[in-house]
Design a protein around this ligand. Sequence first.
Ligand SMILES: [Zn+2]
Length: 339
Amino acid sequence: MRSLHRKVPPERFALVWLTLLLLFAGALPCAAITRQLNGNAYVSLGEVAKRLGQDFRWVKKGKTAELYSEWTTMRFTIHEQDFTLNGREIGLGNPVASNKGELFTSELDYNKTILPILAPQVYKDSASKLYHIVIDPGHGGKDPGAQNPKLGLYEKNLTLDLAKRLEKRLEALGYKVTLTRTTDKFIPLEDRAAYANRIGADLFLSLHFNAVGTPSVHGIETFAMTPQGQPSSNRVNLTAADKRDYPGNKNDPWNALAAFYIQNEMLKFTGADDRGMKRARFVVLREVNCPAVLIEGGFVTNPTEGRNVGSAAYRDKLANAITAGVLTYQKTLNRVRGK
Ligand SMILES: [Zn+2]
């Protein structure tokens, strides 16, 4: 038998190998344009744009960049521990870094925040059904939560009222809805999470209102469980707890997506200030087995927002907004699961 290379001229043989090599390389996950910065694996924003099929442009060279498509614009700024998606604030675990004039985001932020929101289909294997929703009205009984006695506002009453409004809307849409409390009763945080796990919740919505010493502070924020290996919002350094894997981390992509959708709808419905989709290891987010978000619907300590959250009409708006967020989440789940 005559050997192959005698039939095929060497230069053509090399071309075949090169083609095969390129095809093979194209099928591999792209590992290029990554760096170790501050002890973390980082990926350049140019590479992120490429992975997501988006375009890249500098808003301010070396400082602020945008990744954009027909539908979305993401804006990243050097040293910031968040980015914006279509103008909405989204918290990052690691600040945006710079190296040789290029901007970088951490691989963890790419995998745990950017990808789940921009391309949730990547996580379709962990997408679950959505039928049983547990609403958790924050505080209760001996624990009033945030308060503004001058306006007669107590967080425990506001959350229970909002929970009942939300329950009605979700039930009308066909969801099974259970509240962690239906009366002014104190329930430890661990018990709330354990209850949701025991009854097999598909989504956990914890409702809260904020308070702070400075009356001018206002706005809405929504929290998702902090991914393993990252600090919660407003911190940079890692603690021992940051390195642990908690039950809530099973649903990292879906926590992020649900929190983003709900935050987005709350801002749309109320016109309130955007304090961002943030990260925390609150007990109720940490210990539940299903996707979970914690909503801070406004500051009772701000005169204008306090009066807003104190009005039934505004709490109706919040209930409608959270419902819209759940529906958007449901739509994405259906698409991803092929239903
Ligand atoms: Zn609270």
